[in-house]
Structures are given as C-alpha cells and as structure tokens.
Design a binder for this molecule. Structure first.
Ligand SMILES: [Zn+2]
Length: 73
C-alpha cells in the first residue's frame, strides 16, 4: 500500500501517511500528528526540504588536488 512521507511546515514533524490513490487524486492532504496542521509538504525519498538551502554544495571534490594515489586511475 502506498505510504507517503511528509514533513510539517509548522513544527517540523516528519511522519508517514497512508493514502489511497483515489484519496490522493481527490486532493486529500494529511495533517500533522504532532500539531494537527495541514501545512505539510511531501517528501520524496530522502530529500529534506526544511529550511532554506543555497545552491552550493559543501561536499569536497572527489578527485581534488589532494586526492590520494589511485583516485582517478
Ligand atoms: Zn506539525
């Protein structure tokens, strides 16, 4: 059965919500189990949408100038 993961915009609560396809297409929205707000956002996979994000990534380069031997073949 399809379950959807949501994050509450009000309190940040993360919860799973089960909804049938018919319910989904009818525009039904879940409510936060913590604060009962319907101001929730759907989560796709492991994407976290809380807070503001800049476009830059803080990940270090995989094959930077300080990479060890054998990094890039
Ligand atoms: Zn909430």
């Amino acid at each position: 059965m399809p379950t959807y993961e949501y994050i509450c915009n009000e309190c940040g609560e993360k919860f799973d919500f089960y909804m049938s396809i018919a319910e989904k297409e009818s525009g039904k929205k879940p409510k936060c189990p913590n604060c009962n707000s319907s101001n929730v956002i759907k989560v796709f996979g492991n994407i976290t949408v809380i807070g503001s994000r800049s476009g830059s990534s803080n990940l270090p380069p995989v094959c930077g100038p300080k990479a060890g031997p054998g990094c890039c073949g």
